[in-house]
Every structure is written in C-alpha cells, then in structure tokens.
Design a protein. Structure first.
Length: 151
C-alpha cells in the first residue's frame, strides 16, 4: 500500500489555482483583442476608402466637364445631402463611366454597392459643397468618429 507521500498527482487546490490563472489570462486576452472594436475599425476603414472613391469619381466628372459638378449636387454652402435617389442623385452621372458602382456604407444594404441607378437606392454616405466649391463626402454612421474627406 502506498502512503500519501508516495502518491503522484495534483491536489484539488492546485487544479483550482491553475484554472483560476487560466481564466484570468483568457479574460485579459479577450479584452485586448476586443472583437467588436476590431469590426468597427474595419468598417470605418471601408467607409474611408468608399468616401475617397466617390470623391475621386466626382472630381473626374468635374475635370471632364469643364469644372462642373454632377447635377443634383447640393448648392454651395448648404447642408450635406444623402447620396440616394431621394437626395443627391449622382448615380447616373458617375456609375460605369467614372466608378463601376457607388459604394454603400457597411451598415446600409449589407454594404452592397449600387450598380443600378434607375430604382430606389441609398448609399449611407452624404455629400456637401462648401461656399468655396470644395466637395465633402462623409459617412455619418461611422462607429469610431466622423469619417469625411474634403477636396
């Protein structure tokens, strides 16, 4: 018969201490990774890329049309307007010639771009023209702060 000193293995207390340490380490790693923040950052990066694409298409249009902006743009100095068929309907002026499709906000239409300009659509982005004629494209639904590009 073996005595207590001869038995090999872990005691219940030792196992509980190790499990407690692992739980603490797991919670620290989970807080450091923070998946929701990572998703928000990824979506805001897409928003920034989309706003630049739309702005580039508008400026390509203006360069080819003697500096004129697409029709249905907001008047200079007025508030920003949604890029949608009920707002700044610039889809027909830009799509296929200056941009393959109007990008959509990740939270709008599941992020599906607008390729057909004849029906109802919305992109989730806004356009404004300031008093000096500079165009601003913004993403009002940004999770980690305002995403806007002006040129």
């Amino acid at each position: 018969m073996k005595t207590a000193a001869q038995q090999k293995g872990f005691t219940l207390i030792e196992l509980l201490v190790v499990i407690g340490i692992l739980a603490i380490l797991f919670s620290i790693v989970l807080i450091a990774i923070n998946p929701s923040r990572q998703f928000n950052q990824a979506n805001d990066t897409k928003r920034r890329s989309d706003t630049i694409q739309i702005l580039n298409a508008i400026h390509e249009y203006a360069a080819e049309n003697s500096g004129s902006l697409p029709t249905n743009m907001p008047a200079k100095g007025h508030a920003a307007v949604d890029i949608a068929n009920t707002g700044a309907d610039i889809c027909a002026a830009l799509v296929t010639k200056y941009i393959s499709a109007l990008p959509a906000d990740p939270g709008t239409n599941a992020g599906a771009p607008v390729t057909v300009c004849t029906g109802a659509y919305t992109t989730g982005y806004q356009v404004a023209v300031d008093a000096d004629g500079r165009v601003t494209i913004s993403a009002p639904n940004a999770a980690l702060g305002t995403v806007a590009v002006t040129r």
